[in-house]
Ligand binder design. Structure first.
Ligand SMILES: Cc1cc2nc3c(=O)[nH]c(=O)nc-3n(C[C@H](O)[C@H](O)[C@H](O)COP(=O)(O)OP(=O)(O)OC[C@H]3O[C@@H](n4cnc5c(N)ncnc54)[C@H](O)[C@@H]3O)c2cc1C
Length: 502
């Protein structure tokens, strides 16, 4: 039996060059040819609740109720590394009792039923959450409400009213066909939904140009067990707290975001691409800090990520030339800077940098949604990849980077796991930037090591005055790091059907 696929996206293969494979083999002591897991899990044999299924069928129709164990497992977890690791080790989360895919008209009666029966609801968009926010209560009857059928799409000039169940590429392709873009490009475009973006307060890769998801919202409709909360579709409203303010970052706790009126931009008429190697990550950060205008994509990799990118580039005369110039110029920590701009060329050359043309930026863009498949390749070879991200003011960024990397290395020495850590800066603001850490480990006590690393890194973010997350949302996994008063304030808005997880 193939079981349920628990890895990201529809593919597993990611093209790696021999030097990159050699590097991974040597760090983790593995043979690349040896795959030890296919990324699937067999759900435990917990029978579906037939009585509950019948009652749900009366509300949403029998074609929209699922009791099958595989479907229920799929809707009981997201794609955070602790969740995938647990499932890989057959340590299953609480599994929902049923999955429903309601039409918009059935949602209010569905919520009334769940509330009257004290049944817990979990809202499921694309399932790409990386923070445990899809996990439900153990020992509580729970129904996963999938937004799959919420597919309204009315495109007007410069805005559209969009059902929350649209997935990234599907929606963007429809908008592109009318000459528009939403301007929201998360790496998870293939699997994540509009509702999930809003509920996690997500940021796309071109946020420097288009803003993050909250900047794209004109109005939102939320269906709750006590009624519908909706904004007017207007350029601005000042009638206090709006549905869109409540929806952004609500993580499924305040009700179902059924649709949103989103701002559209015309597709860019031209893209500009430039790539540089700067002498160090720190020099790159200083350059970003002083930039007068920020190109749509401005992505600075640290030395480790840069070296891995070079090892994974096809061996070419260009690459040999870059390596030679980097040596000649005695760069201490060569760091790659990818810049792409829309409509106008606002890209300037960093001081003392080596300009390496447009190709690396174009290749980065070509592969930008495939990179998560490298994570799948690692999982299948017994390696545990993970990411954490935060934002910091410019004056703290270098120290936050150095202290986080050194924490990881200290833990590696103490706990004796194999692993690596690398970082990049992506979303850039006048006051600071988002810094993203990618790491991977392998040991004989991975769940404990993973939690120890995550807790230490998150505590360090907080010690440095940074949030626990810039765009993934805290979810269940990082909730303990969120300020108690903030959680209390948020709890006032909670819908009882979507009460506390865990
Ligand atoms: C490979 C990979 C790359 C990623 N890249 C990015 C990135 O570039 N930028 C970024 O910001 N994030 C990224 N993420 C994180 C993830 O894709 C986002 O958090 C995304 O917004 C989640 O959307 P989803 O539809 O998958 O939501 P889900 O995972 O289904 O749900 C996430 C949360 O939102 C709630 N929710 C979902 N839909 C609704 C709704 N209609 N109403 C109310 N609540 C709802 C759920 O209950 C849950 O709490 C990435 C994740 C992966 C696995």
């Amino acid at each position: 039996m193939p079981g349920v696929r628990v890895l990201y996206g529809s593919k597993d293969s990611y093209e790696l060059q021999i030097p990159a494979i050699n590097e991974i083999e040597s760090i983790f002591g593995i043979k690349w040819a040896n795959k030890i897991w296919d990324g699937h899990a067999n759900p435990p044999e917990i029978p579906g609740n037939v009585e509950l299924g019948k009652k749900l069928s009366e509300i949403v129709g029998s074609d929209n109720v699922f009791l099958d164990a595989s479907i229920r497992l799929k809707h009981s977890l997201g794609m955070s590394s602790p969740e995938i690791l647990d499932v890989r080790n057959s340590n299953f989360p609480a599994i929902v009792d049923a999955v429903v895919t309601p039409d918009e008209k059935d949602i209010i009666p569905l919520l009334a039923f769940l509330e009257s029966m004290k049944i817990h609801g979990v809202i499921y968009g694309g399932g790409t959450s990386v923070n445990g926010s899809l996990q439900s209560k153990k020992n509580a009857e729970t129904v996963a409400i999938s937004t799959e059928r919420l597919r309204k799409l009315n495109i007007s000039e410069d805005y559209a009213v969009v059902g929350s169940g649209w997935k990234g590429f599907e929606l963007e392709n429809k908008l592109n066909a009318s000459g528009y873009t939403l301007g929201h490009f998360p790496e998870s475009m293939e699997g994540s939904t509009l509702g999930g973006w809003i509920a996690t307060k997500a940021a796309g890769q071109e946020s420097n140009y288009y803003g993050s998801i909250e900047d794209r919202l004109l109005a939102v409709s939320i269906m709750r067990s006590d009624g519908v909360v909706a904004d007017t579709i207007s350029p601005r409203e000042s009638a206090g707290l709006m549905a869109k303010d409540v929806a952004a970052g609500s993580e499924g706790k305040f009700g179902i975001i059924t649709e949103a009126a989103v701002k559209l931009d015309r597709l860019p008429t031209k893209r500009f691409y430039r790539t540089f190697v700067v002498e160090s990550f720190e020099a790159g950060i200083a350059f970003l800090r002083n930039m007068k205008e920020i190109p749509a994509i401005t992505r600075l990799s640290d030395g480790v990520e840069t070296e891995f990118s070079m090892k994974n580039s096809r061996d070419s005369i260009g690459l040999k030339y870059v390596r030679k110039v980097v040596r000649m110029r005695k760069f201490i920590d060569p760091s790659l800077l990818i810049t792409i701009d829309n409509n106008q060329d606002r890209i300037t050359k960093p001081p003392r940098s080596i300009s390496i043309g447009s190709s690396p930026a174009k290749i980065w863009e070509r592969d930008r949604y495939k990179r998560p498949y490298l994570g799948n390749e690692l999982w299948m070879r017994g390696i545990v990849p993970d990411t954490l991200e935060t934002s910091a003011r410019w004056e703290n960024l270098v120290e936050l980077y150095n202290s986080t990397i050194s924490l990881f290395k200290t833990l590696q020495g103490e706990r004796k796991f194999r692993g690596f850590i690398m970082s990049h800066i992506s979303h850039v603001y006048p006051q600071g930037a988002c810094i993203y850490f990618t790491f991977a480990i392998k040991s004989n006590k991975e769940p404990d090591d993973l939690i120890a690393i995550r807790d230490a890194m998150l505590s360090n973010f907080i010690r440095m005055g940074s949030p626990v997350t810039h765009h993934h949302g805290p979810g269940k996994l990082m909730r303990k790091f969120v300020d108690g008063n903030k959680l209390h304030m948020q709890s006032l808005l909670r819908d009882p059907v979507f009460s506390e997880v865990g």
